[in-house]
Design a protein around this ligand. Structure first.
Ligand code: DGL
Length: 272
């Protein structure tokens, strides 16, 4: 790989703003990598949509990111990683990584009982992808999946500390309290922002697995393997794009990223 290619940005996408939790982790672990992020705020949520629609949306975003000359693509969305990654990665000549495999690997390492819980959107849980990947890693591991669709709008509304949030956590997760699950995958981009509340509810004996952390480590390995690590010592840049109004997104980005975001640009992703 040429020096120029290694200095190119990493493309990251999600159905909306939740994927910024993955960007935050990439910035922590790979501070010299520039990022081009696309959040599909016009078409979120993906979690209630069909596989064909999720593939169609993801393909358009990948085509858009290619126009930004990215050197690799991170599918930061669990739903798109579960339903579209396998389909799309053979269509392009760029390395691509999703959040499911890294999350599953971390869960397999964390569990002692061999009983893993996975929470995510309806599409991710129904796909059975975590159970499939975990059984490839260790056939003795069993998976209990639970879709928690209302967590996403609660986080989007920044209602993590509202009393209704704890009621919702009880509604979705009470069965896990009685189970032998000792590792729980936060299988949706928004859920790491509920880490504190979920921990408080389930207690310290369950390890919460945040695929964002493992994905950033996986990206580092992938870039190293392919000779694509950016070697320039500099303040990395983040170029953010959305498909609908940028203001709330910009506010959220500034609340969780370690650098100032002056501008979020809006693009019509339908044309890609
Ligand atoms: N980004 C999605 C995920 O990680 C959550 C939001 C949505 O349903 O699109 O699964």
């Amino acid at each position: 790989m040429t020096e120029t290619k290694a200095n190119a940005p990493v493309g990251v996408f999600d159905s909306g703003l939740g994927g910024l939790t993955v960007v935050r982790e990439i910035m922590r672990q790979l501070p010299e990598e520039d990022i081009v992020y696309f959040g599909d705020t016009a078409r979120v949520p993906y979690g209630s949509k069909s596989k064909d629609t999720i593939i169609y949306f993801s393909r358009q975003i990948v085509h858009f990111l290619r126009t930004k000359d990215v050197k690799a693509i991170v599918v930061a969305c669990n739903t798109a990683s579960a339903l579209a990654l396998e389909e799309i990665k053979d269509e392009i000549d760029l390395p691509m990584i999703g959040v499911v495999k890294p999350g599953a690997l971390a869960a397999a390492k964390a569990t002692q009982t061999g009983k893993v819980g996975v929470i995510g959107t309806q599409a991710t849980v129904s796909s059975g992808i975590y159970a499939k990947v975990l059984s490839e890693i260790d056939p003795k591991i069993t998976v209990t999946g639970k879709a928690c669709p209302l967590f996403v709008p609660m986080v989007e509304e920044q209602m993590m500390d509202h009393p209704v949030m704890m009621e919702m956590i009880d509604y979705y997760l009470s069965s896990l309290r009685q189970s032998e699950v000792d590792a729980l995958v936060l299988g949706c981009t928004h859920y790491p922002l509920l880490r504190k509340q979920i921990h408080q509810y389930l207690g310290e004996s369950i390890t919460l697995v945040n695929p964002a952390y493992e994905t950033a480590m996986g990206l580092k390995e992938l870039l190293e393997e392919q000779g694509l690590r950016n070697t320039q010592k500099k303040q990395a840049a983040a170029d953010l794009y959305v498909s609908d109004l940028p203001d709330r997104f910009k506010e959220f980005a500034n609340s969780i990223l370690p650098l100032d975001i002056d501008r979020v640009k809006m693009v019509n992703v339908e044309q890609y």
